[in-house]
Design a protein around this ligand. Structure first.
Ligand code: PMP
Length: 428
């Protein structure tokens, strides 16, 4: 049953946001639940935003928030980056939809191959599609049928493993292994040694609560997978922002295929999968290659000009390797400050994460896997979220926070103050 405090917090939220309520009621007539992204819903109803600027968001009731969500990592650049907007507007004026090869596509492919040290890359419309294609690449290359994923992982709308495999997942033959448990995962790999095509892993469970993979766990899974001839697929859709070339390389690990998405599109839809030439060259239809067996990969908007142009600006101008490293350190520092505020409060809550991605948890110690996340105090978690909103800080309802490049030191101080104040109110 909901506590009086939670009922009051929801009531106060509703009273403060009559216009968002009106938008929600209207949306529900046409969109089941009033949305097209399940993650955006929460009680009593989600806010409707009217505008954004750098690291602030303004809702339809006129409240302005520090945007600490950064659209679940897609909003790394903040709102309205003129470099991206000007380049995309200029490109679209020349050609909106070409139905052919475009120079920006090759430019972005080169930027990605050089930056992430992969041989080849192919573009998709989303991270979900990138992962579906990465799995397909492994299945086709190995002629095997099983795909290992991890409990608590998320690789897309049809690749959802929050608590085992979801009934609506794409119909692959999944083996769900425990996260951060090297011996059980390795044992499962051995059990499926002859049929395992791929092992798909996030270096940090992102949607699953910003839980980093322990280095020895990840390295033993990589090694075991390679021993049995499975392809190692790294889902860096969220985490490629860390360090110079993503998070697995920071652990000293080199996957066979890497998937990308989110911020690289600079606000436009984006996905990509890339990696070893021998795997990716299954898609090589060129007469020069003379392959008798090729795999087809279609998609009208795979190379759309807006996303390709934006990606070139993001990786080529805005977020070079040096900026990425600095942003990772800035996130680490901020997370330490969040942890200190939580610790001082005496409220049983903690923070987990890596670099500029983190999550608040209504737990006394940081979770190691999704089973720990499931033990969170749901009411305290919701009160933290609503308390931060009341104080002008927008995070994910589930606790996720991601630093954008535009968030200022003053805004981060404001977030810490809002958190401390929320915690005081919860202790009373
Ligand atoms: N992989 C990971 C690790 C993700 O976090 C997400 C999205 N949250 C996806 C894949 C799917 O990407 P998209 O939403 O672009 O389909």
């Amino acid at each position: 049953m909901e506590s009086k405090r939670l009922v009051k917090a929801r009531g106060d939220f509703a009273d403060r946001n009559p216009q968002s309520r009106r938008h929600y009621d209207e949306a529900r007539k046409y969109l089941p639940g009033g949305h097209t992204r399940t993650v955006l819903t929460h009680a009593p109803f989600p806010l409707t935003f009217e505008s954004g600027r750098a690291s602030t968001l303004t809702d339809v009731d006129g409240h302005t928030y520090v945007d600490m969500l950064g659209d679940y990592t897609a909003g790394l650049l903040g709102h309205g980056d003129p470099r991206v907007l000007d380049a995309v507007a200029a490109a679209l004026r020349v050609n909106a939809s070409v139905g052919g090869i475009h120079p920006a596509e090759t430019r972005l492919a080169r930027l990605m191959c050089e930056r992430f040290e992969i041989d080849r890359v192919r573009f998709t419309n989303s991270g979900s599609e990138a992962n579906l294609m990465a799995i397909t690449t492994a299945l086709q290359a190995t002629g095997r049928e099983k795909v290992m994923v991890f409990h608590g992982g998320y690789h897309g709308g049809l690749l959802y493993f929050a608590s085992g495999t979801a009934p609506w997942n794409a119909p692959y033959d999944f083996v769900v292994a425990p996260f951060n448990d090297a011996s059980r995962a390795s044992k499962l790999i051995d059990e499926h040694a002859d049929s395992l095509a791929a092992v798909v892993m996030e270096p940090m469970l992102g949607s699953g609560g910003c839980i980093p993979a322990q280095a020895d766990f990840a390295s033993s899974v990589f090694e075991r997978a390679r021993t049995v001839g499975a392809v190692v697929v790294a889902d860096e859709v969220m985490t490629s922002r860390h360090g110079t070339r993503g998070m697995f390389p920071l652990l000293g690990l080199e996957p066979d295929i890497v998937t990308f998405g989110k911020y690289i599109g600079g606000g436009f839809s984006f996905g990509a999968f890339g990696g070893r030439a021998d795997l990716l060259d299954q898609y090589d239809t060129s007469p020069e290659a003379g392959r008798t067996k090729v795999v087809a990969h279609a998609g009208t908007f795979n190379n759309n000009i807006a996303s390709m142009t934006a990606g070139c600006v993001v990786l080529g101008e805005v977020f070079g390797a040096e900026n990425a490293t600095a942003h990772t350190s800035r996130g680490d520092e901020f997370r330490k400050s969040v942890a200190a505020v939580l610790e001082r409060s005496g409220v049983p809550a903690c923070v987990s994460g890596f670099g500029s991605m983190m999550s608040l948890h209504a737990l006394s110690t940081p979770p190691r896997d999704a089973h720990d996340v499931a033990k969170r105090d749901a009411q305290l978690q919701e009160l933290l979220f609503l308390g931060l909103l009341e104080r002008g800080v927008y995070t994910a309802a589930r606790g996720m926070m991601n630093l954008s490049l535009t968030v200022t030191d003053d805004q981060l101080a404001q977030v810490l103050e809002a958190l401390a104040d929320t915690l005081v109110s919860l202790r009373e």
